[in-house]
Write a protein that binds this ligand. Structure first.
Ligand code: SAM
Ligand code: FES
Length: 352
C-alpha cells in the first residue's frame, strides 16, 4: 500500500473530511491492502457507535410503474418488456402486517414514480400504517415529488425518505438520465426533505456507465457536506432491456472500499449492504457489512410480484417468502459475528 493512502486514511479517520483531490487520490490508490486497512478502521468506528448490531428494514416494493426513463433502470417507462404491477393499499398493509409479526420495526415503501400515488392516495396509506404501527419507522422511497407533497406525507406519519442523488456531478447526471430530468431538482428535493424534518438518505451507484474517480470524489464530498442520515450505495448492474445493457457492472471491491470511506466520513451514518451487492457476489452483503455497512433490507413484497421489480438482471431474493428472506439474512449476519436487530434503528448522532 502506498504511503499516501495510509496518510489519507489517518487524516480521514481523524478529521472526517478530505479535499476533492485527496478523495480522488484515495480512490485511485485502491489496493487490497488499502481496502483491508480501511475496512478495519470503518468496522472499529461502527462498533464504537452501534456494537455488532445490524439493523433491518422491511422493503415493500409497491409499484414498478414509473414515469421516468433513467437509462440504467429496468423499470424505466420505455421498457415495454417489463410486466407492470402496483400493490393496493390492502396488499401494502398485509405486507406490513406480516413484517411486523416477523419483528420488523421499519418499513420502506419503494416504487417507481407512479402517478397513481397522488398525495391523497399515498397519505392515506402512510396514515393507515402510522396508526397501526405507532412504534415503527415509515420510510418512503418514491422519487421526486413537490415540497408540499413531502410535507403532507411527513404530516401523515412518514419519518424517513430515501432519494439517491445518483451522482453529485451534473455532467455525469445528464449522461445517466434523459434531458427532462434535472440534477438541480434532485438536489432541491434532498434539501427540502431535510428541511421538512425527514431523516434523509442519499446515495449513488458504484460503476455507473462512464463514472470516473473524479466523479466519485464529488459524491464523497457531497456526503461529507450533506451528512445524510442514510446513504444507499450499491454497484450498477446492467439490465438487458435498457440502453446500458452492455455496460460492465460495478465491482464488489470498489463498493466495499467506498462503504468504508463513507463510514469514516460520517461515522453514525446508516449504511445498507444492498441487494445489488448481494447480486454481484454470493457473499456481497456480508462483505459490505464487514467493510462498514450496518443495515440490511430483506424483501417483504408479495412473492408474486418480486420478479417484476427488476431494476437490473439476476436480482436475488425474488423467490423467497418474507420469513425466509429475514431468516436467511439473520443467519448470514450471525455467520460473520453480527446480530440482526429489530428495533427502529434510528441514527445515533450524539456519539460524535
Ligand atoms: N423511484 C425512486 C427513486 O428514483 O428514488 C425509487 C426507486 S429507484 C428504482 C431506486 C434506486 O435503484 C435508484 O436510486 C438507483 O440508484 C437504483 N438502480 C436503478 N437501476 C439500477 C441498476 N441497473 N443497477 C443498480 N442500481 C439501480
Ligand atoms: Fe432474501 Fe437471502 S436475503 S433470501
Amino acid at each position: 500500500m502506498n504511503q499516501k493512502v495510509s496518510e489519507l486514511t489517518e487524516k480521514l479517520a481523524d478529521r472526517h473530511a478530505l479535499s476533492l483531490a485527496e478523495y480522488q487520490a484515495l480512490i485511485d490508490g485502491y489496493s487490497p491492502e488499502a481496502a483491508e486497512m480501511l475496512a478495519g478502521r470503518a468496522d472499529a468506528v461502527r462498533r464504537s457507535i452501534y456494537g455488532n448490531a445490524v439493523f433491518t428494514r422491511g422493503l415493500i416494493e409497491i409499484s414498478n410503474i414509473c414515469r421516468n426513463d433513467c437509462y440504467y433502470c429496468g423499470i424505466r417507462r420505455s421498457n415495454r418488456l417489463c410486466s407492470r404491477y402496483r400493490l393496493s393499499e390492502e396488499q401494502i398493509l398485509e405486507c406490513a402486517s406480516q413484517g411486523h409479526a416477523l419483528g420488523f420495526r421499519t418499513f420502506v415503501l419503494q416504487g417507481g414514480e407512479d402517478p397513481y400515488y397522488t398525495d391523497e392516495v399515498l397519505c392515506k396509506i402512510v396514515s393507515a400504517l402510522r396508526s397501526s404501527y405507532p412504534d415503527c419507522a415509515i420510510t418512503l422511497s418514491m422519487g421526486e415529488r413537490s415540497r408540499e407533497s413531502y410535507r403532507l406525507l411527513f404530516e401523515a406519519g412518514a419519518d424517513r425518505y430515501l432519494l439517491r442523488h445518483e451522482t453529485a456531478d451534473k455532467a455525469h447526471y445528464q449522461k445517466l438520465h434523459p434531458p427532462e430530468m434535472s440534477f438541480d431538482n434532485r438536489m432541491k428535493c434532498l434539501r427540502a426533505l431535510r428541511d421538512i424534518g425527514y431523516q434523509t438518505g442519499c446515495g449513488f451507484m458504484v460503476g455507473s456507465p462512464g463514472q470516473t474517480s473524479a466523479e466519485l470524489a464529488r459524491d464523497l464530498k457531497f456526503i461529507e457536506e450533506f451528512r445524510p442520515d442514510m446513504c444507499g450505495i450499491g454497484p450498477f448492474i446492467p439490465h438487458k432491456d435498457t440502453p446500458f445493457h452492455d455496460m460492465p457492472a460495478g465491482t464488489l471491491y470498489m463498493t466495499c472500499y467506498l462503504l468504508s470511506i463513507i463510514r469514516l466520513i460520517y461515522p453514525p451514518v446508516l449504511l445498507p449492504a444492498t441487494t445489488a451487492l448481494g447480486t454481484i457476489h454470493p457473499q456481497g452483503r456480508e462483505l459490505g457489512i464487514r467493510a462498514g455497512a450496518n443495515v440490511v433490507m430483506p424483501n417483504l413484497s408479495p412473492v408474486a410480484v418480486r420478479g417484476k421489480y427488476t431494476l437490473y438482471d439476476n436480482k436475488i431474493c425474488t423467490g423467497e417468502e418474507s420469513a425466509e428472506c429475514r431468516g436467511c439474512l439473520e443467519n448470514r449476519m450471525r455467520s460473520i459475528g453480527y446480530e440482526l436487530v429489530t428495533d427502529r434503528g434510528d441514527i445515533k448522532k450524539e456519539k460524535r
